[in-house]
Design a protein around this ligand. Structure first.
Ligand SMILES: [Zn+2]
Length: 100
């Protein structure tokens, strides 16, 4: 799987955890979270580092517009610790890439 694809999957998993926990959706995502997810996928498609990208957290380029960045930050704070429980392998791979 490409880095971009892997990141897309990670973001989707995190937004799902956040949406289910905070907006009480059972399946899929609410309107707000779907918009955020689509926005982040769009940003990933246009990431100028492409396959050489690190993770967005340590990326020097802040390509998100402020409002979306704030929303994504809230998702990360909520879903970050829970990811380890729901998707341990994906989380470890992600952390590993951040350290290199
Ligand atoms: Zn939601």
């Amino acid at each position: 799987m490409s880095r971009i694809e892997e990141d897309k999957r990670t973001v989707r998993q995190m937004v799902e955890i956040y949406c289910h926990g905070n907006h009480h959706t059972r399946e899929g995502l609410c309107e707000e979270c779907r918009t955020l997810l689509e926005y982040s996928h769009f940003r990933l498609d246009h990431c100028k580092f492409g396959e050489n990208k690190t993770t967005c957290k340590v990326c020097p380029v802040h390509c998100y517009k402020p409002e979306m960045r704030e929303r994504m930050r809230r998702v990360m704070i909520y879903a970050g610790p829970r990811m380890l429980w729901h998707h341990p392998l994906a989380t470890l791979r992600h952390l590993w890439r951040e350290m290199r």
